[in-house]
Design a protein around this ligand. Structure first.
Ligand SMILES: NC(=O)c1ccc[n+]([C@@H]2O[C@H](COP(=O)([O-])OP(=O)(O)OC[C@H]3O[C@@H](n4cnc5c(N)ncnc54)[C@H](O)[C@@H]3O)[C@@H](O)[C@H]2O)c1
Length: 369
């Protein structure tokens, strides 16, 4: 893979526009082609953004495409990523890495066998908010980590998404769909988790779509929609995470991190910017901390850009398949713990990704000088 890495998108739905627009500000990647099982969906994006519209077979076979950007719904992530790896392409997938841990593990094994890079969303932890938090945390601003709380309280995607059924099918649910942002952010800050327990249930067996164009259609719910997990981090900290599509309103924070000498109130991990707030043992109120590097806007695409640079520089990329597989195992294990009434020991570990350096950015790298 050279720079810019040449990317073909598979899956031309809602999120594809964001990736295409952000890629134009990232010199490390160039989106050149797109494909979809619905040819019209690919045609529409090809025409709007000046891309080559290819059939799926032609995209996987194209010799001038280095990386497949997998933007399909979660149930298709495994088969699309597998086909791309078998065709010799690096893969960057939307989250989760796969619908099950077993499938995710198979993808990583295949990537290793083929000596190809595999990366996975979310890359929001590479944004200014969470990278600044990482710099402050590592400098000791709150002392040794004690615990973290993460809360994703929502009404469900049937309120706004045009095609929300997949969020209630295997591979969806609030933990795999949204908890993945919170857990990736926590693993970036605190490192890997050793064991989990949890409780989960599907509060309602049916959901009615409230958005257009499918308003009134009924979705059969096949996954838990209120999921609570408890995490033991290898560093000793304890984490609590709640993700749900079943609450109409909540005042809970997104993520708080508690250390021996203070607390951090972290930004929404589904965004790239702030606010990032600190309160120390001596402080009388919360104060906002300055962000210390770039990418505070919606920058989906930093992950594949960092993967492209890392391949050229022969170092690990940050939004890695290893971290995504570890997070997928955590999420699945919380559900298994609920079903079996026990703690579940995790089998995977991952290193915390290297923090991005402080500074002004051009693409995914600090600007020279
Ligand atoms: N919509 C968002 O705001 C958002 C935000 C962040 C991440 N994501 C993630 O991005 C992914 C896609 O979400 P979306 O909202 O764009 O979905 P979408 O339903 O709008 O689009 C998905 C597209 O993939 C195509 N597709 C399905 N199976 C395929 C296959 N096997 N091969 C080729 N194309 C196939 C569909 O025809 C569709 O055009 C999901 O994993 C989702 O979790 C979405």
């Amino acid at each position: 893979m050279g720079l810019p890495a040449r990317i073909g998108i598979v899956g031309c739905g809602i999120i594809s526009s964001r990736y295409i627009e952000v890629s134009r500000e990232l010199p490390e990647i160039e989106i050149v082609a797109c494909a979809d099982v619905i040819a019209d969906a690919a045609e529409a994006q090809a025409e709007k953004y000046g891309l080559r519209r290819l059939s799926l077979d032609d995209l996987y076979a194209a010799p001038d495409i280095d990386m497949v950007l997998n933007l399909t719904p979660p149930p298709a992530h495994f088969s699309v990523s597998k086909t791309a790896l078998e065709a010799g392409k690096a893969v960057y997938s939307e989250k989760p890495l796969a619908a099950t841990f077993a499938e995710g593990r198979e993808l990583l094994a295949l990537a290793t066998e083929k000596e190809l890079r595999i990366g996975c969303a979310p890359d929001t932890f590479l944004g200014a908010g969470h990278q600044s938090a990482r710099l402050y945390l590592d400098e000791g601003i709150i002392g040794a980590p004690v615990a973290a709380n993460a809360f994703m309280m929502s009404r469900g995607h049937e309120y706004w998404h045009a095609n929300p059924a997949f969020y209630y099918k295997p591979g969806g649910g609030p933990m795999l769909d949204m908890g993945v942002y919170y857990l990736t952010a926590l693993v970036n800050l605190l490192g890997p988790v050793t064991r989990v327990t949890g409780t989960a249930r599907a509060t309602w067996s049916e959901r009615t779509i409230l958005s257009q164009p499918r308003r009134g259609e009924v979705i059969q719910v096949e996954v838990p929609t209120y999921v609570t997990g408890v995490l033991d981090f290898a560093c000793g900290a304890i984490g609590t995470v709640i993700t749900t599509f079943d609450t109409k309103a909540s005042n809970l924070p997104k993520i708080e991190l508690y250390g021996a000498t203070g607390s951090l109130d972290l930004p929404d991990p589904n965004t790239f910017g702030g606010p990032l707030q600190l309160r120390t043992a001596e402080g009388e109120s919360w104060k906002e901390l300055p962000l210390r590097l770039g990418h505070a806007g919606n920058s989906r695409g930093l992950g594949p850009a960092d993967m492209a640079v890392s391949a050229v520089e022969d170092r690990p990329h940050r939004a890695s398949g290893e971290m995504a597989l570890h997070v997928l195992e955590i999420m699945e294990a919380i559900h298994v713990a609920s079903e079996t009434g026990r703690h579940v020991e995790l089998t995977t570990r991952c290193d915390r990704p290297e923090p991005l350096p402080e500074g002004v950015y051009e693409g995914v790298r600090p600007a020279p000088g």
